[in-house]
Design a protein around this ligand. Structure first.
Ligand SMILES: [Zn+2]
Length: 125
């Protein structure tokens, strides 16, 4: 992945985490990362369609995961895919907390710890 690809991903994402929507300017201590939606371990490529911008919290918790267990249905569910899925179809805001509207949303919030104390603290500023 070269600097041009990184810049393109950053621009396409509007300089926000494509999972929790944290803006770069609200995360002055940690740069948002360009991550592989399908990790390289699972055959993911450096193609722009497989890249997304993610904050350090979402990126670390996502790790090599592609799925999780939906806390409501207990079914194995795919994680949110920023290139294929529309954010507003799966997530909504309740104050500073993220709420999953679908199995994908709930599972992604759970696996990525998107309502962790650290995340809530950043959002409340
Ligand atoms: Zn995030």
């Amino acid at each position: 992945m070269d600097a041009r690809a990184r810049a393109a991903v950053r621009k396409r994402a509007g300089n926000r985490c494509e999972y929790c929507q944290l803006r770069q300017e609200d995360s002055p201590l940690a740069a948002l990362h360009v991550e592989h939606i399908v990790p390289k371990t699972h055959g993911g490529t450096d193609d722009l369609e497989n890249l997304a911008l993610a904050c350090i919290d979402c990126n670390l918790h996502k790790g090599p995961n592609l799925t999780g267990i939906d806390p409501e249905t207990n079914q194995v569910t795919e994680l949110f895919h920023p290139r294929r899925d529309r954010w507003s179809d799966h997530f909504e805001w309740r104050g500073i907390c993220l709420q999953g509207k679908t199995t994908v949303g709930r599972t992604t919030i759970r696996v990525l710890h998107m309502n962790s104390e650290d995340q809530l603290a950043l959002r409340s500023v």
